[in-house]
Write a protein that binds this ligand. Structure first.
Ligand code: AMP
Ligand code: MG
Length: 419
């Protein structure tokens, strides 16, 4: 039996960072930047006002106070998106809006609230002159050109994950498209004579295929593009044929057929069409894991991850081995799940020396995390996953993790109520 780490290392050895693609910036959200991004020009391009107010020369308002306002002649007005038409001189001011370029000659902006504009308006006094009630140091409320970005400066680094703020920065520099690592395509095949597609009619002895849908969703959450191949019965030819439809993808994932039962034939397909890397991992659930490669059309070896069929095993196996492979292909190599240390609320039994991933709900009470089992830990009970936000780990060498002990929990999501 392999440890989880050994299995993961062997699997990850088959994957590399995928090639870049160019796409519209909005479609690149969540992907990894494949190029360094330099400022194309200064941002802001021109010195501009941080406030609505009056552009002045600082020397014109030196010593101003409410008792001794400085009266300046207003020679014009300038709004954002327009260029000033007059320069500011000693003793003059230009009315200016936030974001509007600073007129020549001005070196400070006095906000409206520090002038007598409101009083003038209220008493219909001429606005050709404005009384300034405060002194303004040079540079007051002036946003200099290039304050955010200088032309030629590196702004975003290759390898960065594009979030809302990075997309905004790209837009601010007029980039419509960007080069990012493409998303891996993941083909998913469910196997089992008993399976019926959820869109189809139920039949006696049949069960609906949930694994295709849970894996596809987990693939999408991990940043991959799922491609459902459908359902193959438990025979080598059918599985082999259907897998061929997925050979153009970056990874094939099958569910079921990898345990020791009579009809567990996924491993026979791998034996016939590909190489088998290993079969058993020292973990629960998801001990039987198949991993190998199949020959692609162009001689490429297409990795194949065979997950066990029980719905919880499928998801936990995907979490430990499928997600990391996708994350690596996306160029996000160092993005493991976050873990928290929590106080366990019930025992986790470990009767055969495997690493147990127990489904738990983590909550925070008075600054401390607590992990509560979400019910019976049988690997066929998928609804126990719906109540879980983490997998609490009982190590291989621990026969029981006791209630009240500290446990490491791999967080599979961070819902609001954890905080
Ligand atoms: P197996 O790995 O073929 O022995 O399957 C183990 C268990 O998982 C059996 O109870 C199967 O019916 C169930 N199972 C297999 N594939 C799926 C699937 N796609 N959706 C839901 N349950 C499945
Ligand atoms: Mg089966």
């Amino acid at each position: 039996m392999l440890s989880v780490e050994e299995a993961l290392e062997r699997i990850l050895a088959f994957f590399h960072v995928l090639e870049p693609e160019r796409k519209p910036i909005l479609d690149a959200l969540g992907q990894v930047l494949a190029e360094d991004i330099e400022g194309r020009f200064d941002i802001p391009p021109l010195a501009n006002s941080a406030m609505d107010g009056y552009a002045v020369q600082a020397t014109s308002v030196a010593g101003a106070s409410p008792e001794h306002p400085m009266n300046l002649r207003v020679t014009g007005t300038v709004a954002a998106g327009h260029l000033p038409t007059v320069a500011v001189e000693a003793g003059t001011a230009v009315r200016i809006m936030t974001g509007a370029p600073i007129p020549d000659g001005a070196d400070a902006v006095v906000p409206f609230e520090d002038t007598d504009e409101v009083e003038r308006r209220a008493s219909s006094v001429s606005m050709d002159t404005i009384g300034v009630n405060v002194a303004a140091p040079i540079g007051a409320n002036v946003r200099p050109a290039g304050q955010d970005v200088r032309a030629g400066q590196q702004v975003l680094q290759k390898g960065a994950v594009l979030r809302a703020q990075e997309i905004g920065v790209l837009a601010s520099m007029g980039y419509g498209e960007v080069s990012v690592i493409r998303r891996p395509v993941v083909s998913i095949l469910a196997t089992g004579d008993e399976l019926v597609d959820p869109a189809g009619e139920p039949r006696p002895g049949g069960i609906y295929d949930s694994n295709s849908y849970s894996i596809a969703s987990a693939v999408r959450q991990a940043g991959g593009v799922p491609h459902l191949l459908g359902i193959a019965g438990d025979n080598v030819e059918a599985i082999g044929e259907m897998l061929k439809q997925g050979l153009a993808s970056d990874i094939l994932i099958t569910s079921a057929g990898v345990s020791k039962g009579d009809y567990d034939v996924v491993k026979d397909v791998l034996a016939r069409q590909g190489d088998i890397s290993f079969w058993s991992v020292r973990m629960r659930p998801a001990k039987p894991i198949a991993f190998g490669t199949l020959a692609g059309p162009d001689g490429r070896r297409v990795p194949h991850l065979g997950l066990p069929g029980n719905p919880v095993s499928t998801l936990v196996g995907f979490e430990q081995f499928g997600r990391p492979a996708i994350v690596k292909m996306l160029g996000k190599g160092g993005s493991p799940r976050s873990t928290v240390q929590a106080i366990l609320e019930q025992d986790i039994d470990n009767y055969d020396g495997r690493r147990v991933y127990a489904r738990v709900k983590v909550v925070k009470r008075e600054g401390v995390y607590y992990a509560k089992l979400t019910g019976h830990q049988s690997s066929n009970l998928l609804t126990s996953m719906t109540r879980a936000n983490g997998l609490a780990i009982c190590p291989e060498d621990t026969s029981v993790k006791k209630a009240g002990e500290q446990v490491t929990v791999q967080m599979i999501d961070w819902p609001e109520n954890v905080f």
